[in-house]
Design a protein. Structure first.
Length: 329
């Protein structure tokens, strides 16, 4: 044995020597078509309204939303997820504005469809929380609890008006039992068989939603722990997954993304349908805030976070940086 015999023969560092080498052997790559842009459109404003906890994100006017959709197409982004923000005076106990054909979300769907057609997958949030005066995702019973089955009836109506407006995919996000099946039936029975369902399969009751509530002007009183999932549970997500697939989900989602990468990986390994993950407002806000303080490299942190989500198994990532990142890619 020579004096060199104790040195390693296998040297993984050989494949990390140069940027070109690292690119060549990279196991996962982000692509613009992986990305979906969540966007908020607010009724009754003439200029975009900045969201204080989400620097760079705004509540759009109808005109600026159309512009954002065009920019997303030009950058190669795959889709846009639309959230409507009605005037406070139009909120009520059952979320009437959410099923009004002339409600802000339905108007926005038509606007975006007229602007970009089928060049962008137009998705819509199918939930009542933006439209109710109590801020919950469903209709309340006499005891103040969310009534699952009464809410399903409202979701069926929402699916129909959103599909009538021209949406390509609906995203039932309220975590009501049976929501995917009811939405699928409502779409099929009204001649919208081609509208797909992106099921919010594993949506957790998370502390990271804070900035989003500003973004949608939430009126929430209390919390959503009786219908969104407990952060402690993983097997529960697999049960929700099985139910959503049985009810006709075309795509499934994990939300939030980064705190639940284990759930995302488990679900991605279990299905043969596309899997999405939503990099939510709190995840966005943390990176932007740390970067503003000079504590992290903003651009590198964004790409690292998104790559981690893709590595865990996401085919699609909803991120507020979608257009910016797509341009860079």
């Amino acid at each position: 044995m020579t004096k060199y015999g104790s040195f390693p023969g296998a040297r993984p560092r050989r494949l990390r020597t140069t940027p070109a080498m690292r690119r060549m052997v990279a196991e996962h790559r982000l692509h613009p078509s992986d990305l979906i842009l969540p966007a908020f459109v607010r009724e009754g404003i003439s200029e975009p309204v900045p969201i204080s906890a989400m620097p760079g994100v705004v509540q759009h006017t109808r005109d600026t939303l159309r512009k954002a959709a065009v920019e997303a197409v030009e950058a190669g982004v795959a889709g846009i997820m639309l959230f409507g923000v009605p005037e406070d005076a139009k909120k009520d106990a059952v979320g009437t504005a959410g099923t009004d054909p002339d409600g802000i979300l339905q108007v926005a769907i038509r606007d975006v469809k007229a602007e970009v057609g089928d060049d962008l997958v137009i998705m819509s949030d199918l939930c009542l929380d933006e439209y109710t005066d109590h801020g919950h995702c469903g209709v309340l019973d006499a005891a103040g609890r969310v009534d699952n089955d009464a809410t399903l009836e409202r979701y069926a109506e929402m699916a129909q008006v959103q599909a009538d407006a021209g949406v390509h995919a609906v995203g039932p996000s309220g975590m009501m039992d049976g929501q995917v099946g009811v939405v699928r039936d409502a779409l099929d029975q009204t001649g919208h068989e081609d509208v797909s369902i992106l099921a919010y399969t594993a949506k957790y009751s998370s502390a990271f939603y804070g900035p989003f509530r500003e973004a949608v002007g939430s009126s929430l009183k209390g919390d959503r722990k009786t219908y969104q999932q407990d952060p402690a549970n993983l097997r529960e997500s697999l049960r929700e997954l099985a139910l959503d697939l049985d009810e006709g989900a075309d795509m499934v989602m994990v939300k939030p993304a980064l705190p639940y990468l284990d759930v995302l990986a488990k679900i991605a390994d279990s299905v043969d349908v596309p899997v999405a993950a939503y990099q939510i407002s709190g995840e966005y806000a943390m990176i932007e805030a740390a970067a503003e303080k000079g504590w992290i490299d903003r651009d590198k942190a964004i790409l690292e976070a998104l790559t981690g989500i893709k590595r865990a198994g996401a085919n699609m990532i909803l991120t507020y940086w979608a257009t910016e990142v797509a341009r860079g890619l």
